[in-house]
Design a protein around this ligand. Structure first.
Ligand SMILES: [Zn+2]
Length: 429
């Protein structure tokens, strides 16, 4: 996948560094006087003294802002609405007119280090404006992590480009949250009650404690963002991905909030596919012994041979050819592992298909799609397996056999494919 390319683009890199720098300074200030949510950089001593006096006069309190609250900032009001921040553009303009030479930026410590620079950063993708009572507002979406709904909003004010003041505000994004029993829970984050997100946390907790495996940073992001890696090569249809480095999993909130399938939660299934990538990064690609890694690659080549394409002759660019993609995608040995070929039967509305899975593209996708297909559609998989010709059956059974050998039945059964024994028996393994 080309995620690392995207992450390492100069703009994304400097954005990350900037924000980390700011939070490092904030953490330092907070540790000095305990409850500082206002900090002025040391290089401007007269301002530092002024703020210290204000803090002593009783401003040193850390309020946590909830859904609907108005955050009074020096540059105007900001309202916290669900997962969105609504910035008063007219107030910001008035502030800048009053103080020539000043500029400011809002920074969010969310999973994606979102930021807004004013006045010169208003054209970023996914940004939306809103007119209310003849005033102009700008919507700044936030992207919380499932393990905590809390993030910080930091305002940095600059004078002729030099930072002169920082203020941080603690935001609690969790609103209307319930756990899977319908009981209000602090830890689950969403603008709607989404017990499915809670189940992902449980899955991560259990697998982490029982397998001693790392934990990916899961970001359920807001559709306002328009897809985190949209239009990047190797990115899923809704902008979801797991980077090659194996650290983060991003899933569009819409999969949870507006599922297209009747009996399966789209968001959980997308998450599970991405987690399979994470597992493979951690357990199969990283270790010094590469036999398992090679075995999965050999299986991909075996399936590819069944389609009539010769893996070793193919140039990378050839796979982009529509004809070849279609032939690989629709061939029974790949289609049987493609999630969306089963989703058709589970849709709420036939005209809203859920596109998911591309096992024909490479061996990593084959691994993730195989586990996801077997987990969510074991019975339909078995039926389809029964209708394959003998040679295709052999290649498909080999893929499953390899995964069982690598992961072991108990592990697969517990975390990945509850019905693995049934699948195993049906495939004669
Ligand atoms: Zn994938």
């Amino acid at each position: 996948m080309a995620l690392s390319e995207f992450i390492n683009r100069p703009s994304a890199r400097s954005e990350k560094r900037d924000v980390h720098g700011i939070f490092a300074v904030l953490a330092l200030c907070a540790s000095i006087n305990g409850c500082a949510n206002k900090a002025v950089l040391q290089q401007v001593p007269q301002l530092a003294a002024k703020t210290a006096v204000n803090d002593l006069a009783g401003q040193c309190e850390r309020k946590e802002y909830q859904d609907g609250d108005i955050i009074k900032t020096p540059v105007g009001d900001v309202q916290l609405k669900g997962w969105k921040l609504i910035v008063d553009v007219d107030a910001a303009d008035a502030y800048l007119n009053k103080f020539p030479g000043k500029s400011f930026g809002f920074y969010l410590s969310d999973g994606l280090s979102t930021r807004l620079e004013y006045p010169d950063d208003l054209t970023l993708r996914g940004r939306r404006t809103l007119i209310r009572d003849n005033r102009k507002y700008l919507i700044l979406p936030t992207f919380p992590r499932p393990e905590s709904g809390k993030i910080n909003l930091t305002l940095v004010v600059r004078q002729k480009g030099k930072e002169v003041e920082q203020t941080s505000y603690s935001l609690q994004l969790a609103t209307n949250n319930t756990d899977k029993n319908g009981v209000p829970a602090k830890q689950v984050i969403s603008e709607k009650p989404l017990p499915q997100v809670f189940e992902i946390q449980e899955f991560l907790n259990t697998i982490q404690s029982q397998l001693i495996i790392g934990r990916p940073n899961v970001v359920i992001y807001h559709p306002d963002r328009g897809g985190y890696c949209k239009d990047q090569p190797g990115c899923g249809p809704n902008g979801e991905f797991v980077p090659d480095s194996g650290g983060d999993i991003f899933v569009d909130m819409e999969y949870f909030a507006e599922p297209r399938l009747k009996d399966i939660n789209d968001g959980q299934m997308v998450f599970f596919h991405e987690y399979a990538h994470y597992f493979m990064n951690d357990r199969i690609e990283k270790p010094l012994k590469q036999e398992n890694h090679h075995a999965i690659y050999e299986n991909y080549k075996r399936l590819l041979r069944r389609t009539g394409y010769k893996p070793d002759d193919r140039k990378r660019s050839l796979i982009q050819e529509q004809k070849e993609i279609k032939a690989l995608r629709e061939h029974p040995v790949f289609k049987i592992f493609r999630e969306d070929s089963y989703c058709e039967n589970h849709l709420k509305e036939k005209d809203k298909p859920l596109e998911m899975g591309h096992p024909h593209e490479n061996y990593k996708e084959l691994f993730a799609s195989t586990l996801t297909t077997l987990k969510y559609f074991p019975q339909e998989f078995i039926m389809r397996y029964g209708s394959l010709n003998d040679e295709d059956k052999k290649a498909v059974a080999e893929e499953i056999k390899t995964l069982i050998e690598i992961m072991g039945v108990p592990l697969m059964k517990k975390f990945f494919v509850p019905e693995i024994e049934t699948v195993k028996a049906a495939c004669g393994i």
